[in-house]
Structures are given as C-alpha cells and as structure tokens.
Design a protein around this ligand. Structure first.
Ligand code: 1GP
Length: 250
C-alpha cells in the first residue's frame, strides 16, 4: 500500500465524496470465493477498501484468505477484528476498536491489554477507533457477544457526546455501528450530529442495503460506508455499486 489508510480515508472524502468498504467475514467466506470478491473490489472505483472481520473466533485460514485476496486486489485490506485470533501481519491496517458505547471492561481495555504485544509485533498501521453501537432494532452479534447495550437510536446527543469523548481521549476514527444485519441503519441525524461535534472521520455500517442510503450517509458526513450482509447475500449489488457516482456527495 503506497498511502496510509487513514490518509486515504481523509483524501477520498475531500476529493471523491467518500469511500465504500466491503466487509467480509472470513468465517462465512471460503478461500475459493475470495477471488470473485477481490476482483470486484479491484474493478469498482467507488469501493476503496476491504474490511475483514467478524464476531466469531476465526480459524487459522485468515492468513491464507488475505494472501489469496492480495493476488487479485491491490486495494487496502483492513482488519476489523472481533477477537485477537483475527489479527494478521498480512493486512494493510488494523482498526483497534474501543467499544465506548458499552460499559463492559473486556471491550474497553481488557482485550487490548491481552493483545497489545501481538498488535505491536504486527507492524501494520493501527488506528485507534471509537466503536459506537447504536440500536439497529435487532439484537446484533456485537450486542450479544460483547454483552453491551446499544445507545437508543433517538439519542443523537448521546451518540455525539460519546464520539467526542473518544476523540478527546485520542482516538483517530469514529465507527457508528448499527450491527450487522440491522433492521434500521444509523440515522442521518446521528451522523450529522457527530459531524458537527467531531473532526475525526466517521465510518458508518450496519444494515445498509441501497445506493440511496450510501449517498445519504456520505451527504450527512460519513467518510466511509461499510456494506457486509447485503453484498454477501446479493453479489449482484456489486453491479449497482459499479455505476455509483459518490462524487455528488462532495
Ligand atoms: C457490521 O457495520 C458492519 O459490523 C456491516 O453491517 O453486515 O449489516 O452490512 P452489515
């Protein structure tokens, strides 16, 4: 990767309106399916990144998965780990997630202490990220596995203040998460409120199914929109992304 991932997020927002990231769960995607996904991501201009991660414990195939991906795609592959078993030095960057919407010490600091030496030894770009779970009107895997309560979706000010607190603590990115398969994605009001309060780039994910939602999120201030479930179940959605002009969101 020639440019740092965080710099690329910032530049893409300024010059291109934003970045789309496709989230791939290694537990649900075989190494044989990787070639197809990697080729699509390589070809489709508005997809800037692949995120790799899931809530389950990964098996040992993560490295092989990344190696195969990189044979077919030159775009950055970023770890979005649910657990330290999903770490790999073959990725380009790591989102070091702090689940600051919750009050479970395991996801606020304990897991980070346990993984600290391993993360340091990876020697890849590591970005401290305020991970903020917002109610997506279903019990998400994040909620279940972390045993934390999401912020109610109408409490925009709480979402914004949580993001601001993370920024003041020193985090470099904000991830507004409605949870994979959310029935209701993060609202544009919440994104706007966070944008007004914070300077860090905003990643938004969870339950996004249409190109209109993607554009609305960028217009509200998101720098990166993440799509996982929908593309996993409907690979045809890659075609809709192929013609998407996110430059209109500038
Ligand atoms: C989940 O934000 C991501 O962590 C993506 O969610 O799978 O619903 O697209 P979906």
């Amino acid at each position: 990767m020639s440019r740092r991932f965080l710099d690329q997020i910032i530049e893409n927002k300024i010059y291109r309106g934003g970045s789309i990231a496709v989230l791939i769960d290694p537990e649900k995607t075989t190494v044989d399916q990787v070639k197809f996904i990697a080729q699509k991501i390589e070809r489709i201009e508005c997809i800037s990144f692949a995120f790799l991660g899931g809530s389950y414990i990964a098996d040992q195939s993560t490295d092989r998965w990344i190696e195969t991906f990189k044979l077919f795609c030159s775009k950055p592959l970023v770890l979005f780990p649910g657990d330290d078993s999903q770490l790999s030095d073959k990725a380009d960057a790591l989102l070091l997630l702090n689940l600051i919407s919750g009050r479970n010490p395991r996801y606020l600091i304990e897991k980070h202490i346990g993984a600290a030496q391993k993360i340091k030894s990876l020697k890849i770009e590591t970005i401290s990220t305020s991970y903020i779970l917002i109610d997506g009107h279903t019990c998400s895997s994040v909620q279940y596995f972390t045993q934390t309560t999401p912020i109610p979706s109408h409490l925009d000010a709480v979402v914004a203040n949580t993001a601001l607190a993370g920024e003041l603590i020193g985090h470099k990115l904000i991830y507004l998460e409605a949870g994979s398969g959310a029935l209701m994605p993060v609202s544009t009001q919440s994104i706007k409120k966070v944008r007004e309060s914070c300077v860090n780039p905003i990643i938004v994910g969870g339950g996004i199914k249409t190109t209109d939602q993607i554009l609305d999120h960028f217009k509200a201030g998101a720098s990166v929109v993440v799509i996982g479930n929908h593309i996993e179940k409907n690979p045809d959605f890659f075609d809709a992304l192929e013609g998407l002009n996110i430059g209109v969101c500038n």
